[in-house]
Ligand binder design. Sequence first.
Ligand code: AVI
Length: 309
Amino acid sequence: MKSTLIQELESSLTAETPAISPKFFYDEVGSRLFEVITLLNEYYPTRTEKWIMDVHQSEIANIIGDCDVLIDLGAGNCAKASRLFKTIHPKQYRALDISKEYLEFAVSDLQKQFPQIQMSAHAVDLSLPMSFPDIQDSKKIFFYPGSSIGNFDPEKADQFFMNIAHECHGNGGLLIGVDLVKDLKTLELAYNDPLGVTAAFNLNTLLNVNSIMGSDFNLADWEHYAFFNISDSRIEMHLRALRDTTVRLPLQESQDHVINFKAGDVIHTENSYKYTQEHFVKKLKRAGFSEVYCWTDPKDYFLVCFAKA
Ligand code: AVI
């Protein structure tokens, strides 16, 4: 696993447009910083999604019906799924996330509160295809909250939806939250909070890369840079070099590689796509879901959908 990650970093950092995949945000510190982001006033997605799910919980549960297995894609601290336990009563809960240590801790904590639900934790890279042969005939509800789907490129999101629609085998479906397009000021403030938590979250990825591949990124040489790219309908996050700087990457197969960054050069770390309701529903239907039910908030900031298989 580690050497695959190193190879991936080697090729993305030495590409013509240097990049680090957003999955490298989530080491232990990064996962905790992300939790703090979700508490910030400027970061509206988490609390708005919670509001929608709370206000419409009975209607959502009625439409979903009974549930054999709740599959939590990108579970994090499992808090969002645990709120669903009381309304959709899954027999089994599978928590998937990129960061295993953090996830195992959260699941074992949750298991004590809900001993009647069979629980398991799985380290999974959601950018790769998934399959669940052992629960093929069970009614599965996939849960993908928090607009994590926004971190996929649109074509990857389509493949992801097709994968899930196929894995439902005509039963169950996908309960998903997605961030909607809105005014520029609100969007950009959510990724440039005055406390600097998002900046720390972005910069921390360099420390994670240093620990994975032994590189020598110096945080003092970099700054957080985030803006809304209107034509692609996405927030872009980058790390921007504050001055000319040299970074040494110890390569696996050959001699160390030295990258010379000029002041102002950027490393692309994340895209966070924002959708309109109409566009998002079309994508789900195109992927093979039969019906899509939608709920939103009074300001139309965020959308929760249940896409029925
Ligand atoms: C996890 N994901 C949905 C967050 C987002 O808004 O795209 C990650 C994030 N990046 C900066 N702030 C939050």
